[in-house]
Design a protein around this ligand. Structure first.
Ligand code: 3PG
Length: 216
């Protein structure tokens, strides 16, 4: 797969998503009901973060049992994590940052991948490695929409998925920015709802969010 094709695939996945929940799964048995709850609410593109011991198995279970979901792996910190994501069968990978080692590994891999950037220098490194769709993280804390607009001055062609501090109150404002292809965040899956198995509540919040952000 060429780098251009890989990037096009990633852009297609993100644009179809509008919203990408950032999932931290503590118990393996939550993985499949959580994915089903999100899909039932119209949220199909999911980022399973490598932040817990069960994360990889959770992603595998979702891929096997919820085929309507498009599962990506988040919190990819190095080449080994990237290789794990690929081996699991993830459709894409996301990182909070962009180290030279990770960018090199991602450029050599055919896994669609979005590195994380918060500064012009990090963005320049990502662009030099061939990645023009990036995660802007932590979006609100790093300056919010004003910071994104400032970055778009010298880099007008970038495409961005902001995450960090995004929720129901500000998601629409971010999505209205011309270079924002999707927004990500943990707000659609509160830890308390996952812990208590409030799948219906998660479905309802997703449905409400998708209705307001992406009217039919
Ligand atoms: C991420 O990795 O994208 C963040 O943890 C999501 O940030 P949020 O919890 O503020 O939504």
């Amino acid at each position: 797969m060429t780098a251009a094709t890989r990037q096009e695939q990633l852009a297609g996945i993100f644009k179809s998503a509008t919203v990408i929940p950032v999932l931290t799964i503590e118990r393996l048995e939550d993985a499949v009901p959580l994915a089903r709850a999100l899909v039932a609410g119209g949220v199909r593109v999911l980022e399973v973060t490598l932040r817990t011991p069960v994360a990889a198995d959770a992603a595998k279970a979702m891929i096997a049992e919820v085929p309507e979901a498009v599962i990506g792996i988040g919190t990819i910190l190095n080449g080994d994590d990237l290789a794990r994501a690929r081996a699991i069968g993830a459709r894409f990978g996301i990182s909070p940052g962009s180290t030279p080692e990770l960018l090199k590994a991602a450029a050599a891999s055919d896994l669609p991948f979005a590195p994380g950037i918060a500064t012009a220098s990090e963005l320049m490194q990502a662009l030099a490695a061939g990645f023009d769709l990036v995660k802007f993280f932590p979006a609100e804390q790093a300056g919010g929409i004003k910071a994104l607009r400032a970055l778009a001055g010298p880099f007008p062609h970038i495409e961005v998925c902001p995450t960090g501090g995004i929720g129901e109150a500000n998601a629409a404002a971010w999505l209205a920015e011309p270079n924002v292809v999707a927004v990500g965040g943990s707000w659609l899956c509160p830890a308390a709802d996952i812990r208590s198995g409030n799948w219906a509540g998660i479905t309802a919040m997703c449905a409400r969010t998708m209705k307001s952000l992406k009217p039919a």
